[in-house]
Design a protein around this ligand. Structure first.
Ligand SMILES: *Cc1c(COP(=O)(O)O)cnc(C)c1O
Length: 434
C-alpha cells in the first residue's frame, strides 16, 4: 500500500515515519498540533524543477519559489541552496527573505496593491525585480526610485484571458481579476506604454499567472502562446523587445486519490515546446523564462499532527473526531472547501472502519479539517496526521480564538529541527498595549 505522499512510510514499530523520524516521537517531543516537513523531499522537488528548466532552456531560465506558500527564514535558505530565486508578495516576505540572507537580486516582488513602504523597502534593498501591476504603481515606483537615484527592473503583470479549471478563489487569468491588466481589453499595452516613458523603470519582462492547483497542460501552453503574441504586439507597437517572460505557477498536486497531477517536468517540457515554436514563428528571440511554483514545491512534503481529544458519534448523522487544532492552523477547508487525506499516526495502514469528519476546536461549525474520510476507529489520545499541508497552512495560519500557532519541525536523516517555534500565550498578548 502506498501513501498519497511519497515521503511517508511505516517504520518497524508500525508508526508513521517521515524524513527518517518516527512521527509519534516527534509529536511527543514537540507537542501538538505540530507541522512537520521533510526537508529532503522539498529539495527533491526543487531539483525536479531546476533540472527541467536547465534541460529545456539551458541557462536561459530560472525557477522562483512562490514563497507565500510557506514562508519562514529557513525555507529561503533551502531555496537559496537549491539555486532558486524567490517570489514575494509583501514587505514581510521580502524582509524575511533578506533576514535569511537570500540574495536580493534573485527576489521578485509581486502584488496588486503594493504600499509605498513596501516599494521603498524593495528599492532600498535592491530587490531584483518588481512585478508591476498597474499605472498607479508605475507612478509610485518612478517617484521612489527617483528619490533613491535607482533604476528598477520591472516586469508587468498581465492577464492572458485563459480560464484555468480550478476554484474561483484561486483563478487569476481572466479579465475580471484584481491582478494585472488584461491583454484583451487593451489595458495591458497601455500599461507598458505608460511605463515606457518613465526614466527610472526598465521594462524587462512580462508576467502572468493563471491560477492554482491546475491539472492540465493546455492552459499553460495556451497562455505561453498568448504571451508571445503579446510580446510581438509590443515590439510592433513600441519597438520594445521584451527579454523575460514569467509564466507563473499553479501546478496541481495530489491531495486525494482522485487528484491526478501531471509530473512537474512535463509542464516545463510542454511549455518550452510552445515557447520555442511560437517565438520562431514570430521571428522573436526566445526570452529568458521564469516559472514560479509554490504549492508543488512544499505541500507534498508537509503534514500536520494533532491529538484527538473527543470522538463524538451522532447516530445516523456523523462521527466527529475532534482534534487540538483546526482552522487557525489550516484554513483551507473553511476557505475553499479543500480536501486533505488523513492517517492515524500509530496505525497508518489499519483497516478503515468508519467515516468521520475531522473537526477543529474553534468556535465555528465550519471549523473542519477533513470532511467524510474513512479511518480506522480513532479514540481519545490518538495522534492524527492531516496530509499534504506543507503549503498554505502555516503561511495562512491565524491566532483565531487566541490559539497560538504551532511550530514547524523540519525532518531530515532521522533528525528533527524546530525551524519555527510554537507561539506562547505571551506572544499572543505582546502587542496588546493596555
Ligand atoms: C500564488 C502564486 C504563485 C504560486 O502558485 P502555486 O499554486 O502555489 O504554485 C505563483 N505566482 C503568483 C503570481 C502567485 O500569485
Amino acid at each position: 500500500m502506498s501513501f498519497i505522499m511519497d515521503c511517508l512510510s511505516v517504520n518497524e514499530k508500525g508508526n508513521l515515519s517521515m524524513g527518517g523520524c518516527d512521527v509519534k516521537e516527534v509529536a511527543e517531543t514537540y507537542g501538538t498540533p505540530v507541522y512537520m516537513m521533510d526537508e529532503d523531499d522539498i529539495r527533491k522537488n526543487c531539483r525536479i524543477y531546476a533540472n527541467a528548466m536547465k534541460k529545456y532552456y539551458g541557462d536561459r531560465g530560472l525557477v522562483l519559489y512562490a514563497s507565500k506558500a510557506f514562508s519562514c527564514k529557513y525555507i529561503y535558505k533551502v531555496a537559496m541552496e537549491e539555486g532558486l530565486g524567490v517570489d514575494t508578495v509583501s514587505g514581510g516576505e521580502i524582509y524575511t527573505a533578506l533576514k535569511a540572507g537570500f540574495p536580493a537580486e534573485k527576489i521578485y516582488f509581486h502584488g496588486n496593491n503594493k504600499t509605498e513602504d513596501e516599494i521603498e523597502l524593495a528599492i532600498k534593498n535592491d530587490i531584483g525585480c518588481i512585478v508591476v501591476d498597474n499605472c498607479d504603481e508605475v507612478d509610485r515606483i518612478e517617484e521612489i526610485a527617483g528619490r533613491y537615484g535607482k533604476t528598477v527592473k520591472a516586469m508587468f503583470r498581465v492577464s492572458p484571458g485563459v480560464d484555468a479549471h480550478t476554484h474561483d478563489f484561486i483563478k487569476t487569468g481572466q479579465i475580471d481579476s484584481k491582478f494585472g491588466e488584461a491583454i484583451e481589453t487593451g489595458d495591458a499595452i497601455k500599461l507598458i506604454k505608460y511605463a515606457s516613458i518613465k526614466k527610472n523603470i526598465n521594462i524587462a519582462g512580462l508576467h502572468c499567472h493563471i491560477g492554482s492547483q491546475i491539472f492540465e497542460l493546455d492552459p499553460f501552453c495556451e497562455t505561453a502562446e498568448i504571451m508571445i503574441d503579446f510580446i510581438d504586439e509590443i515590439r510592433k507597437e513600441t519597438g520594445i523587445v521584451i527579454s523575460e517572460l514569467n509564466l507563473g505557477g499553479g501546478f496541481g498536486i495530489k491531495y486525494t486519490e482522485e487528484d491526478d497531477p501531471v509530473d512537474f517536468d512535463k509542464f516545463i517540457e510542454a511549455v518550452s515546446k510552445t515557447v520555442k515554436a511560437k517565438t520562431k514563428e514570430k521571428g522573436l528571440p526566445c526570452p529568458f523564462i521564469l516559472m514560479e511554483p509554490g504549492r508543488s514545491l512544499v505541500a507534498p512534503s508537509g503534514i500536520t499532527v494533532y491529538k484527538v481529544g473527543t470522538v463524538k458519534r451522532i447516530k445516523d448523522i456523523r462521527n466527529y473526531v475532534c482534534v487540538d487544532g483546526g482552522m487557525g492552523d489550516n484554513p483551507r477547508f473553511i476557505m475553499y472547501g479543500a480536501r486533505h487525506g488523513a492517517l492515524l499516526v500509530e496505525n497508518p495502514l489499519g483497516e478503515k472502519e468508519e467515516t468521520v469528519t475531522i473537526a477543529g476546536k474553534c468556535c465555528e461549525s465550519g471549523d473542519v479539517l477533513v470532511e467524510n474520510i474513512e479511518l480506522p476507529k480513532a479514540k481519545k489520545g490518538d495522534y492524527l496526521a492531516v496530509l499534504t499541508t506543507g503549503a498554505y497552512n502555516y503561511s495562512m495560519a491565524s491566532n483565531y480564538n487566541r490559539i497560538p500557532r504551532p511550530p514547524v519541525v523540519m525532518l531530515k536523516n532521522g533528525k528533527a529541527t524546530v525551524v519555527v517555534k510554537r507561539e506562547s500565550y505571551e506572544d499572543i498578548i505582546k502587542n496588546d498595549l493596555i
